[in-house]
Design a protein around this ligand. Sequence first.
Ligand code: PSU
Ligand code: MN
Length: 319
Amino acid sequence: MRPDLAGLLEVAPRVAAVLARGGAVVALETTIVTHGMPYPQNVETALAVEAIVRASGAEPATIAIVDGRIRVGLEPDAIRALAGMHSVRKVSRADLPFTVATAAAGATTVAATMIAAALAGIAVFATGGIGGVHRGAEETFDVSADLDELAQTPVAVVCAGAKALLDVPKTLEVLETRGVPVICYGSDEFPAFWSRSSGLPAPLRLDSPAAIAGAIHAQRALGYTSGTLIANPVDAADEIPAGEIRAHIEAAVEAARATGITGKDVTPFLLDRLLELTGGRSLKTNIALIKSNARLAGAVAAELAAGGGFGPFQRNPAP
Ligand code: PSU
Ligand code: MN
């Protein structure tokens, strides 16, 4: 940990202990808890995901901002408190210093969670879906900061692909331009979050956690300072096939357009509309896929740890 981070970053002792011995840790975000799922499924899922990470051989580190401190490794009570708060700020890269400076609370997006994970020395992070290029971005310029973060912060993010709510082809184009390796796990197709199929070919494919760890090692060895995106298709039993969700997606996107919603409210609005339009089915799929991602992330983190140290993290002084 950088010395000037003292007081800003607080790594839970159980997480710091595992990191100090080079063990496996998986970072987890909290915007999915506060803005991505309704109560009480959000808390239940957050705690279940931690248990899955543990069972797969890694230490979970759920990340959020509490009283202006970036907390890496929230305890269950703190997760419950965050989920129960009336309105919590959604914190991405642009909001993080402000939130810290104003001693506020905040839930971290994929981008902000990557920043915190990298500061703490955590290499692997599990989430549901990443933000991406929104439909109509040629007009609105709405491109998630998650994509730029993947291009500049050395954390491997395990997700279920990009939601078909987004413009998935443009999202993949931006990732390619920015040099982010996109590895699909056990599939020749890039997954579309609720659906296994996006109709787009996998940019890269690997079939085991060990192989994924090897790719991350190679990326570090070559001095890359960017992240990696690992896309894990939702299990067939849990998916909503692309054809079944398409009309709901069109309706949600149209509702957002009609409402004139912009900025960071867009993604939570769309997720909420989808939940209503699918009669709760999108939530069931969301819960299943984040659990599956946690399992894969735990296995990748364990393989990375078994393979020893890796690039940029070794250059940081020990916490
Ligand atoms: N996708 C989901 N659930 C979520 C998010 C995305 O299915 O909760 C959250 C993640 O935290 C992601 C953020 O980083 O939304 C992206 O928001 P934006 O598009 O405003 O960058
Ligand atoms: Mn946006």
